[in-house]
Write a protein that binds this ligand. Structure first.
Ligand SMILES: [Mg+2]
Length: 459
């Protein structure tokens, strides 16, 4: 492990919710909850004002509504989140060729590889300047963690939140980690966490005390070794420019088409088990279960289900895969089956959940034949155009956003990132003067201002 705190972890603060507050002046300082608003929707991001009520990422939306009935509930606008993410990632890539994005708003950067930091003082300066640059370019705040390893840099940024910077001095890692929950460590998903708890191991100190042999006995060779090293704060994982695995999946092609439904079911269970073994061997957990079925006529169907939290539990993956199979007609015969897990987390982290939830909503928009996403659909078809939180333009009143719709009416608040909090007006859903619009940029680019990302703005 290096002996200078030159691995940086950046995490934007309450990213989706902060973008919404920056876009919509009337929501600044208010509880804002972004996520799927359908009956099975989950919270993607809650603003800090909403977290006071106990609302957090990956919570079922129904529960959030009970806790914070007066919050603003908005559907994600991935287009603008992606644009801003690109601006942030461009700033990171100026620091080093080794930037490893974990989600739209989170990444590791190897500052040493970029030659911009070599000791504590230089790392701290780079981190502080980065935070200022992010603020100038995007108008938003991000928290920075600096440490000698990825594991500790990530823990540092968590401690820095919101809007801060924390540097963990090399040599102090073990004392810091000791009292923390085992779930803090990469590779400890919910199932592994439960397993350890049943063995009486709750904290990192207890993990270290248990010893390597005991951990290998409990968790298997690869996982046991890796976890023992992490418990001693040894984390040698390099920052890699591209995230190597976006999903873990296994599939089998059959020489003879399978017609027997029970046999198809058994094959899916077997593939689910194999997939989980691979997932665990890599020290990962994931949130979206994917089933792939190629039928006798080579038509290929993909079905997926997103869970409320990441899992590495074979029973959970098996059950989800079985549910997905229920929705597929296999009467003509099956020539290939596959089971995969995506939305991977080597930390159980909120924004990775958020990303998984987001991908699900997007797929629902892109692929109309994926019935199982019905839970994420918003309201009835007639009102579908007017999605809560999304941008609209009125020929007379200008730019605004949908505050709500129902009973043939849509309520719009007319305001822009640079305006004062705006007024609300109500229209008929079929008002010809009202149409969907592109998001407005959060920071107006002036000639000679900070703009080096090139690809910014509405698209
Ligand atoms: Mg974040």
């Amino acid at each position: 492990m290096r002996n200078a705190p030159t691995i940086l972890h950046l995490d934007m603060d309450a990213f989706y919710a902060s973008v919404e507050q920056a876009s919509k002046p009337s929501l600044r300082g208010k509880a804002v909850i972004v996520g799927g608003l359908g009956p099975r929707g989950v919270v993607a991001t809650a603003s800090y004002e909403a977290r006071v009520f106990g609302v957090h990422s990956a919570m079922p939306m129904a529960q959030a509504r009970r806790l914070a009935p007066n919050a603003a509930y908005l559907v994600p606008r991935f287009g603008i989140y992606r644009d801003i993410s690109e601006q942030v990632m461009a700033l990171l890539r100026e620091l080093s060729p080794l930037v490893e994005p974990l989600s739209l708003d989170e990444a590791f950067v190897d500052l040493e590889a970029g030659g911009v930091a070599w000791d504590e003082a230089s790392a701290r300066l780079v981190g502080a300047k980065l935070r200022a640059d992010i603020r100038a370019v995007t108008g938003l705040s991000g928290s920075v963690g600096l440490a000698a390893s990825k594991m500790l840099a990530k823990i540092a940024s968590e401690q820095a939140k919101p809007d801060g910077l924390v540097l963990i001095e090399p040599g102090t890692e073990r004392a810091l980690l000791g009292p923390m929950s085992v779930r803090t460590l990469p590779g400890v998903g919910p199932a592994t966490g439960d397993h350890l708890r049943r063995a009486g191991i709750h904290t990192v100190d207890e993990l270290a005390e248990a010893g390597e042999d005991e951990l290998v006995r409990l968790l298997g060779k690869a996982h046991g070794h890796a976890l023992y090293a992490m418990a001693l704060a040894h984390d040698e994982r390099p920052v890699v420019a591209e995230r190597e695995a976006k999903s873990v999946s296994v599939e089998d092609t059959y020489d003879v088409d399978i017609h027997d439904r029970a046999r198809v079911g058994m094959e899916v269970q077997r593939l689910a088990d194999r997939c989980v073994r691979r997932l665990r061997a890599a020290g990962l957990s994931g949130r979206t279960i994917v089933l792939k079925v190629r039928r006798y006529d080579f038509s290929t169907l993909t079905r997926s289900e997103t869970l409320r939290g990441p899992t590495d539990d074979p029973a959970v993956v098996r059950e989800a895969a079985a549910r997905l199979l229920d929705s597929v007609d296999t009467t003509g015969g099956v020539r290939l089956l596959g089971v995969g897990v995506s939305g991977l987390a080597d930390y159980t982290q909120e924004d990775l959940f958020a990303q998984a939830a987001g991908e699900q909503v997007e797929h629902a928009e892109e692929e109309g034949d994926q019935e199982e996403f019905a839970g994420e659909r918003e309201a009835a078809p007639a009102e579908r155009r007017w999605v809560a939180g999304h941008d609209v333009r009125h020929t007379e009143y200008g730019h605004g956003w949908v505050q709500g719709s129902g009973l043939g009416r849509v309520t719009v608040r007319f305001e822009t990132p640079e305006s004062e909090p705006g007024r609300v007006r109500t229209f008929r859903v079929d008002d010809p003067e009202l149409e969907p619009a592109e998001p407005l940029p959060l920071v107006v680019r002036r000639p000679g201002g900070v703009d080096d990302s090139g690809s910014v703005g509405v698209g």
